[in-house]
Design a protein around this ligand. Structure first.
Ligand code: MG
Length: 133
């Protein structure tokens, strides 16, 4: 049995936005098993935005940048910051142009470490969560 600290928000839902199916499922699996999160998956930024517009239970967005569709991950992040300013976003890419970096948005270079990602997400969610003590 694996040891991990008890999450303060055990059912926190993470929206994983990644167009590469194997990376998407590997990331989701790790966030569920190691991080104790629930995961909602999207294969494009367009699909992610649709999900965000129709539900209000997403606690964090982890998005790739290069994806097919109308929007890329940077566009998605800008939309989120404008429309859901309290929703934390982490971006990832293997080739982000410096001009695409957004202030105050954590960025993880591919290939990212899944445990590190899990910790980063937990930290962002905990920072915003209600103080229970
Ligand atoms: Mg991609």
């Amino acid at each position: 049995m694996r040891e991990h600290r008890t999450p303060t928000a055990p059912t926190a839902k993470v929206l994983v936005v990644e167009d590469e199916p194997s990376l998407r499922s590997m990331t989701s699996g790790a966030l569920i098993e190691e991080g104790g999160f629930q995961v909602i998956e999207a294969k494009s930024a367009d699909e992610a935005l649709e999900i965000l517009n129709t539900r209000d239970d997403i606690a964090c967005v982890f998005t790739d940048v290069r994806m097919p569709g109308r929007l890329n991950g940077v566009d998605l992040t800008r939309h989120v910051r404008e429309r859901f300013p309290t929703l934390p976003v982490i971006m990832t890419s293997g080739n982000l142009h410096p001009s695409e970096m957004l202030a105050d948005v954590p960025f993880m270079t591919k290939p990212y470490d899944l445990q590190e990602l899990s910790r980063a997400i937990r930290k962002m969610i905990d920072r915003l969560g209600p103080e229970s003590d």
